[in-house]
Write a protein that binds this ligand. Structure first.
Ligand code: AMP
Length: 286
């Protein structure tokens, strides 16, 4: 299947249709459509099929966003980035053929456990950092990294999914987007932003993995905005978290984007070296 998918990528004439797939159980529902488990008839290869109704796309004017998502995601090849093998459409729907992430959403795992161990958190942060370094090398800023967009495969390996808000650019961006709790101060204040917004988000996620809630969560959006801009960061004493973990978080949640820990420095940080599983698989996590 993968080679067929690659063939399609290299030979745009190779076309998929709904007849090529047996449709299985629904896997989830997103903003713009549903996702189903599916099996390619010939190879029996299991995939996730994302169905988007053209009517919805027109209503929300997401043509450009979707095309961008598809183009970016098909071009990326990294063990921690969900593969998009191809797509096809009929008169009403667009179908995205995605790598199947058997473990589902990391978000669900996090909510189930309340918070993760330092080993789990460091393994995920290390994987995310490597995937983002790869994206940044290709001039892709994700900008919407959050637990809902992180899936797990059958071995517990983290996969970044949903490139809907990502953008391919060498220049600074001005569009305001993303989810409030994960926004960097420069985005909240609608200032130009660059790759460093993803580094900020790594700090937010690291905190959320270890404490179960994002650091600037508040009663109202306004309060969250204020907390982000002031970098009003505190570490609750509900359970013990190592000084090294707090150190890496504090070095990522820095208002001046040029002073945030670089992706390379994250991978060299003692907390990552000591805790992250180099195999990247989190079977030990289960
Ligand atoms: P989305 O429309 O991308 O937000 O997807 C909606 C939900 O479907 C997600 O939150 C996941 O629970 C599930 N899902 C999406 N893509 C996959 C996939 N490739 N493998 C397994 N589950 C998925």
């Amino acid at each position: 299947m993968i080679s067929q998918m690659q063939e399609q990528h290299e030979n745009p004439k190779r076309e998929w249709s709904l007849q090529d797939f047996e449709i299985g159980k629904p896997l989830g529902k997103g903003k713009f459509g549903r996702v189903y488990l599916a099996r390619e008839v010939k190879s029996k290869y299991i995939v996730a099929l994302k169905v988007i109704f053209k009517e919805q796309m027109e209503k929300y004017r997401i043509h450009h966003q979707l095309r961008r998502e598809m183009e970016i995601q098909t071009s990326l090849r990294h063990p921690n980035i969900l593969r998009l093998y191809g797509w096809f459409h009929d008169s009403e729907r667009i179908f995205l053929i995605l790598e199947y992430a058997h473990g589902g959403e990391l978000y669900r795992e996090l909510r189930k456990k309340s918070y993760l161990s330092e080993k789990q958190a460091a393994t995920y942060i290390s994987n995310l950092t490597q995937a983002l370094a790869y994206c940044h090398e290709k001039h892709v800023i994700h900008r919407d990294i959050k637990p809902e967009n992180l899936l797990l495969d059958h071995e517990g390996r983290l996969k970044i999914a949903d490139f809907g808000w990502s953008v391919q650019s060498r220049s600074k961006r001005h569009t305001m987007c993303g989810t409030l709790d994960y926004l960097a101060p420069e985005m909240v204040q609608n200032k130009a932003h660059d790759y460093a917004v993803d580094n900020w988000t790594l700090g937010i996620l690291c905190y959320e993995f270890l404490y179960g809630v994002p650091p600037f969560e508040a009663e109202s959006q306004n309060d969250t905005f204020k907390k982000i801009v002031e970098v009003d960061l505190s570490f609750p004493s509900t359970h013990s978290v190592s000084a090294e973990a707090k150190d890496i978080i504090s070095r990522l949640l820095v208002k001046d984007s040029s002073k945030r820990l670089s992706l390379q420095k994250i991978l060299e940080h003692p907390w990552i070296i000591k805790n992250a599983d180099p195999s990247g698989s989190s079977n030990m996590i289960k």
